[in-house]
Design a protein around this ligand. Sequence first.
Ligand SMILES: Cc1ncc(COP(=O)(O)O)c(C=O)c1O
Length: 369
Amino acid sequence: MQPKARITHLPVYQPGKPVDEVKRELGLTKVTKLASNENPFGCSPKAKEAIVAIAEQANIYPDGASVLLKDAVAALYGVDPEQIVFGAGSDEVILMIARAFLSPGDETIMADRTFPQYRHNAEVEGATVVEVPLKDGTHDLEAMLAAVTDRTKIVWVCNPNNPTSTIVTADEVESFLERIPSSVMVVLDEAYVEYVVDPRFPNALELIKRYPNVVTLRTFSKAYGLAGLRIGYGIGRAELIRSINQVREPFNTTSFAQAAALAAVQDQAFIASCREANAAGIVYLREQFDRLGLKSFPAHGNFVLVDCARDAKTVYEELLKKGVIVRGGHTASIGFPTAIRVTVGSAEQNKEFVEALEAVLQETAVAAE
Ligand SMILES: Cc1ncc(COP(=O)(O)O)c(C=O)c1O
């Protein structure tokens, strides 16, 4: 049996290595995972309570329209519930956007390097991917604009960008939106928005009011700490969201995810405390990288891409032996051969990582002599 020709070259997604696998393979008892930009502080205790309470209803299908959660998110952001669509993670919202809007022959523009799922889903739909190199690790919006043709359907802007953690500013995004044809959808993927403290960061919700072609993606997987439950969402004009809903599976988010997300939205104090700890973690890591003579891009999400100035695979493997899992830049999904992407952990985890990294740098320097 032959699959569709256009999917045969696609890579199977390689997630960050699970903690239990590393413990087993390397005979370690303690392992710190800083590989998937998860929240080191877990999730709101209120979300945990909601998960336990909803267990009673495990035999009942979830609310396919996620009405309660939609109302809560709409109230949080001051948008209409019809402007929101939920997915099994924002991954699924990316899939649905590609499914609803991309056809063979269409072009779609994204940065090189950025989150790999834009490319993946565009290729599944047979669209032509146009990649525009990052400039100093940041989206080059001018070059992306110059790449627009009358075949362009979607431009993906990952802000902060995974894997570099850099941002494009409100001024840059606005100037871009002023000039891009309104027939081109602009997806602002803001998976890490809750972590951003830079006042220059755009307000996507205001942009949606002014530009009918803007959709923003957000998730409960990062600051909200609910990655295991798989729930994320898109916000845009109601007409656009309706098209995305037309390709959505009937019960694509679980009742557990909806209940936990609803409770999590109502605990903004938890989000604020995670944002604060993350900002302090970035400052700490930056200081340590400076001390070690390593360059990193200015980080705005809950992760940092740091150039170790040596083969990333070696650094990744040596860190693994010391019980620290990061994401190596040698992998296709990251694409920075001498860098590693590390999630900002708790203060204790950050310290463990820095100690392990320092030791690895010393060992690999000796090996190179
Ligand atoms: C930029 C970006 N967008 C989307 C996602 C998908 O997240 P989820 O499907 O868990 O919501 C991720 C996850 O790492 C991401 O980094």
